[in-house]
Ligand binder design. Structure first.
Ligand SMILES: *Cc1c(COP(=O)(O)O)cnc(C)c1O
Length: 433
């Protein structure tokens, strides 16, 4: 984008950007909800992504196969059900920068965090702390605190100070990487696990996953990541960055529907050596057993040497079909290109807001550095309440309000256009003027 163009606030400029955008046609692959105002400006892909149009046929295929074949669908369905989780393995791996055998689609996000902590949070009397963001998503806080409680009863450590919550400096909204490292360093002998959100759900801050992971591991600490707001948004490289584990949901940027089946990553270091893998504590189920012996129906468990070892149950076919359809669109876009568009689109949103009448009563929580954020901008707007977001919705603007006073706006590069952004800022300016 040229310097002259960067100052251009016109509608024509937005249209021209869309003309030039090679990802623009992907927008037509999604259903947009109908709005009373006749215009839909959907900026909550960070909360529930839009439905890909191909999902309906994919679900009907499974329903038809079930009706037509019954149990034989496990083998004879168009997409056989028995290995159905394999359908999403490779696209999922591409999306999060993993090797195919390092990822698996299963369960829901919080369930996966628990299952992974069972294996990777292994506290002792002296090393037992878990580091999270002070503004971690509540479910992550509850999951970590309840793991601490569970283990403290068995191991007998002091659980009162076991959950370390990283707070920004006075007067700042986001965390500095150096401060995160310093906090880890201060208690390095006592910390068992660092488990942060790749992108913080409230502030939109994208953490330096590689640096934090490396630093934690140098102190003998496990580094796990919650990618709920990073998967399909930021360009992550879980394998190269050597992350120990990660989990994410698929209904936000991954557009796979309400309560969609989640994802999990376990670095191959932890599974390559079968005897080491067998030593890991794990809550096991039959779908984590080596497929070669799974149907021998033996009582002893042989974990498959991959992330699949954490799978408990046979794959939820009706939940996986939308994920497969959605991931096909990510493959069409390619995450690198998607991220480039996202960086430009969010910068455009930031620029328009800064030049709008909203600016004088607005404060942006999200870092201005594109390397430290994903698609989302978190705004504090003077006088904005939950009521205000209803008024925006009446005008067709979908954004969300988080207590106490944060409005989150996330242009999703798969389906949002520059013109969407331009219109959204125009409507906001009217509502807030
Ligand atoms: C959305 C979100 C969740 C939600 O958890 P579910 O188990 O999918 O209901 C948890 N953690 C984070 C960081 C989130 O953004």
């Amino acid at each position: 984008m040229g310097v002259a163009a960067a100052g251009d606030m016109s509608e024509a400029f937005a249209r021209a950007q869309d003309q030039r955008d090679e990802l623009a046609p992907l927008r037509r692959e999604f259903h947009f909800p109908q709005s009373k105002s006749g215009e839909t400006l959907y900026f909550v892909g960070n909360s529930l992504g839009l439905q890909p149009k191909s999902v309906r046929a994919a679900l009907e295929q499974e329903l038809d196969d079930w009706a037509r074949l019954g149990v034989e669908g496990h083998f004879a369905a168009k997409h056989p059900w028995l290995p159905y989780h394999e359908e999403v393995r490779e696209p999922l791996a591409r999306l999060v920068g993993a090797l195919p055998h390092e990822v698996v689609a299963m369960n829901s996000l919080t369930t996966n965090l628990h299952l992974l902590m069972v294996s990777f949070y292994r506290p002792t009397k002296t090393r037992y702390k878990i580091v999270i963001e002070d503004t971690a998503f509540p479910s992550d806080s509850y999951a970590a605190a309840s793991q601490i409680d569970f283990h403290s009863r068995l191991v007998g450590f002091e659980k009162r100070d076991a959950l370390v919550r990283l707070k920004p400096r006075e007067g700042e909204a986001t965390l500095r990487t150096d401060d995160i490292l310093a906090a880890i360093d201060r208690e390095r002998g006592a910390i068992a696990l660092v488990m942060l959100g790749g992108v913080n759900y409230l502030t939109g801050q994208l953490f330096d996953i590689a640096t934090i992971t490396r630093f934690a591991q140098e102190q003998g600490i496990v580094a796990g990541w919650d990618l709920a707001h990073a998967a399909g948004n930021a360009h992550v490289k879980l394998h190269d960055w050597n992350c120990d584990f990660a989990a994410w949901c698929s209904y936000k940027y991954l557009n796979s529907g309400p309560g969609a089946v989640a994802g999990a990553f376990v670095h191959e270091r932890h599974t390559r050596d079968a005897s080491a893998a067998a030593q890991l504590p794990r809550f096991a189920g039959w779908w984590g057993n080596d497929p070669a012996t799974r149907f021998k129906m033996r009582p002893d468990f042989t974990p498959v040497a991959s992330a699949d070892a954490w799978q408990l149950s046979n794959p939820p076919v009706l939940a996986l079909a939308p994920l497969r359809e959605s991931l096909a669109l990510f493959d069409r876009a390619a995450i690198g290109k998607l991220r480039s568009k996202s960086v430009a689109l969010t910068a455009y949103l930031e620029r328009l807001l800064a030049a709008s009448p909203v600016a004088k009563r607005m404060h942006v929580l999200t870092p201005t550095d594109p390397a430290q954020r994903g698609a989302q901008l978190s705004l504090i707007i003077d006088g904005a309440t939950r009521e205000t977001s209803h008024r925006l919705l009446e005008r067709g603007v979908y954004c969300d309000f988080r207590e106490p006073n944060v409005i989150r706006v996330a242009p999703a590069p798969l389906y949002n256009s520059y013109h969407d952004v331009w219109r959204m800022v125009t409507v906001m300016s009217e509502v807030f003027s």
